[in-house]
Design a protein around this ligand. Sequence first.
Ligand code: HEC
Length: 131
Amino acid sequence: MKWIIFSVLALTIIACGQGTNNEKADMYEASELSAMMRDMVIWSKEAKATLDAGDTIQEIPQHFYNLDKQTATRGEHLEAAFKAMAPVYTNALKGIERRDSQQFYYNASIQACKNCHGVYCGGPLSVINQL
Ligand code: HEC
């Protein structure tokens, strides 16, 4: 299993970390947005496990609602496509929080990851597809 995780991480770095003048800084210093994305991966995994066990997701990390205010490595957060897609994710979180159908809104949240990553750095899709 370890090598799979490693190669996924390596892919992420290749897909998201290149094409800028300060590649080194990219690799070692996560942007605000990258850091939040990593939290979102961890939280989504936990949320999936909770639903799979037939339990209720109790809490949404409230800072995820500030997704659109995080600074990205290459200024993606300033682009119209990013601004249009960020609320799709946070609206799905609100659905989970309202406890309507948590499975439905969880799936919607993962679909929101996929939509945005279809436009921005596709590397993490291999991680997202496991959520
Ligand atoms: C509105 C657009 C958008 C949504 C929604 C989105 N992402 Fe991202 N994601 C990005 C952008 C842009 C980056 C690059 C950030 C940077 O390099 O500063 C990124 C980076 C990442 C990374 C790489 C982080 C790193 O280590 O550098 C992962 C993993 C990731 N996203 C997973 C997810 C997951 C999982 C979801 C859904 C729960 C998600 N993303 C939802 C736009 C989005």
